[in-house]
Design a protein around this ligand. Structure first.
Ligand SMILES: Cc1cc2nc3c(=O)[nH]c(=O)nc-3n(C[C@H](O)[C@H](O)[C@H](O)COP(=O)(O)OP(=O)(O)OC[C@H]3O[C@@H](n4cnc5c(N)ncnc54)[C@H](O)[C@@H]3O)c2cc1C
Length: 523
């Protein structure tokens, strides 16, 4: 990739007059804010749960005059994934599960670009914006908050036919797909084709997979009311899980409750089973079952952001996570601090001091947000020469929705277990509380109220997947380069179309020939 070094990027950042402070002996503890005009530049890679939290918490602790904060993310918003299943099922508007960076961040610069290469030795990062050449930025302190991606396997047909369930774009696409396949199934005559359209396969029975299949099945069953030719029994939802149970994040009894709840609703769950292939939607399972499915959703695990293994000089463990100390400072394999680098969230191997035994914190929002708060305090402490604290968090519990009014929840290490409606209410209450920005909380609550009064919205805007399709279909071939296309004003072109009246231009109006634009200046 060609990198435009002349920009030095610093041109894109409001605080481009910032100079990094000196680090006399290169030791991370020797930072010092030298003067009011010489600010430290902190770059945060990733504006999700960790990025957003650490930026806002640090800004509240340190003024702009001391610390310039720059967030880099190819998305213009932070998403809140715990609400993705509900967004996919239409219980929440997709735009309400994201917090736009420009609204949620104050006094923080945002670069909408993808980090392509991290050179911590020289404290530079290569960024690739959506448009234009790649460029470099410089920093004094770096926060790695790059999250995770779907962990896939080279299963035949998977890359070509399946979709992940990691982000809001995928959530919207799956929702559209389910409803769109119901629309198609209601209009085809071939029973095999109809069955294929109405078969939805989810691979992976962890939190994301269980919530996704349960919510979407609930929505599809509700949507059947609008399809006189589709009965709820015509829908086939299949879950494939490689281990002997679903929801490993909760106790065995709560996992069994969720399984029973799903099977009661007709969801087929195959445990101890793997997806062998899905070429052209022909699903082949390791238990010998084969069937046609037009929708395959892959929720079988996550892995750390691959950039950290392929385009960074920071140390990673064998799972590709940045290695950190309990203080969230990046460290090497021997536990030595790599100065001026911090990491947390799904992309970091954060020691779990509460669980002990060399365990690491689980990759979830509950931990990620708390790690980010601890990191903000530690960066502030480090920059002001105060001692750092270790991250330590006792899991407060897990809450999962299994569709409208249904859920499973556990608190205090499983001492308190909730099933059904109380668990569903706990899920909604906790996640509204944790959702970033008051604005989004209010939108979500208003949406739920509206839904309770008016019912659920089950319309598919199928064209959003290919919005240019219709236009491309009717567009005539382009004229060769250099040929001026003769055009006439829109009003004249409409002559002859019944019901359209063409007004002759008044004396003071000049129709600019061929432009389609009316010049209404006085002559
Ligand atoms: C469907 C689903 C349901 C979930 N439910 C729950 C739940 O109920 N409870 C719970 O606690 N957790 C849940 N989680 C997990 C939780 O969402 C994550 O653990 C948490 O968001 C991790 O935060 P993060 O900041 O590490 O990563 P993210 O929030 O994913 O942020 C990473 C950011 O990095 C950006 N990024 C990626 N690549 C680049 C790049 N090259 N350059 C710059 N930026 C980049 C991304 O755009 C993103 O904004 C769920 C996750 C999913 C997918």
């Amino acid at each position: 990739m060609a990198v435009d070094d002349t920009l030095g990027t610093d041109a894109h950042i409001r605080d481009d007059n910032i100079v990094g402070i000196s680090h006399p002996d290169g030791h991370s503890g020797d930072h010092e804010i030298v003067d009011a005009h010489s600010r430290i530049r902190l770059v945060i890679l990733g504006g999700g749960s960790v990025g957003l939290t650490v930026a806002n918490k640090l800004r509240a602790r340190m003024p702009r005059s001391d610390l310039a904060i720059v967030i880099v993310d190819p998305r213009p918003y932070a998403q809140y994934p715990p609400f993705l299943p509900e967004a996919a099922a239409g219980s929440i508007e997709p735009r309400d599960v994201v917090a736009p960076h420009r609204l949620a961040l104050h006094g923080i610069d945002v670069l909408q670009a993808r980090a392509e290469h991290i050179d911590h030795a020289n404290k530079t990062i290569v960024l690739d914006p959506e448009d234009g050449p790649a460029y470099k930025i410089h920093y004094d302190q770096l926060v790695i908050a790059l999250g995770s991606v779907s962990r896939t396997l080279p299963i035949p047909g998977l890359a070509e036919n399946a979709i992940g369930f990691k982000n809001v774009e995928e959530g919207i696409a799956i929702r559209n797909r389910v409803i769109n396949r119901m629309d198609i199934a209601a209009s085809v005559t071939d029973p095999a084709e109809r069955a294929r359209m109405l078969t939805f396969t989810f691979v992976g029975g962890g939190f994301a997979g269980v919530e996704a299949i349960a919510e979407l099945e609930d929505m599809a069953r509700y949507a059947c009311k609008s399809y006189p030719t589709i009965e709820p029994n015509d829908l086939r939802f299949v879950m494939v899980e490689g281990s002997g149970r679903i929801l490993p994040e909760v106790s065995e009894s709560s996992g069994l409750y969720a399984l029973g709840e799903m099977e009661k609703r007709g969801i087929e769950v195959y445990l101890n089973t793997f997806l062998n292939s899905c070429i052209d939607g022909n699903v082949v399972l390791s238990n010998g079952k084969t069937f046609e499915s037009d929708t395959i959703v892959w929720t079988a695990g996550i892995k750390s952001n691959p950039l950290l293994s392929t385009g960074s000089d920071l140390p990673v463990d064998k799972l590709g996570r940045v290695t950190v100390l309990p203080t969230l400072q990046v460290c090497d394999a021997d536990g030595n601090v790599i100065p001026d680098a911090w990491a947390a969230g799904d992309c970091a191997a954060v020691p779990d001091l509460v669980a002990g035994d060399g365990k690491f914190c689980p990759p979830n929002a509950q931990y990620a947000i708390r790690e980010a708060k601890c990191m903000a305090r530690n960066i502030d402490a480090e920059l002001h020469g105060r001692p750092l604290e270790d991250f330590r968090h006792q899991n407060i519990g897990v809450v999962a929705s299994l569709g409208m009014n249904k859920g499973v929840a556990e608190f205090l290490g499983g001492k308190i277990k909730l099933h059904g409606w109380p668990a569903w209410m706990a899920h909604r209450a906790y996640h509204v509380y944790a959702m970033p920005t008051t604005n989004r909380k209010a939108h979500i609550l208003a949406g739920w109220l509206q839904q309770a009064l008016l019912g659920r919205e089950t319309v598919s805007l199928g064209s959003v997947e290919d919005p240019r399709h219709e236009f491309v279909k009717v567009a005539v071939p382009s004229a060769p380069p250099g040929v001026i296309v003769q055009q006439e004003p829109i009003a004249a072109a409409a002559t002859g179309v019944s019901g359209v009246e063409t007004l002759a231009p008044a004396a003071h109006e000049h129709v600019v020939a061929g432009s389609g634009v009316e010049d209404i200046t006085e002559s």
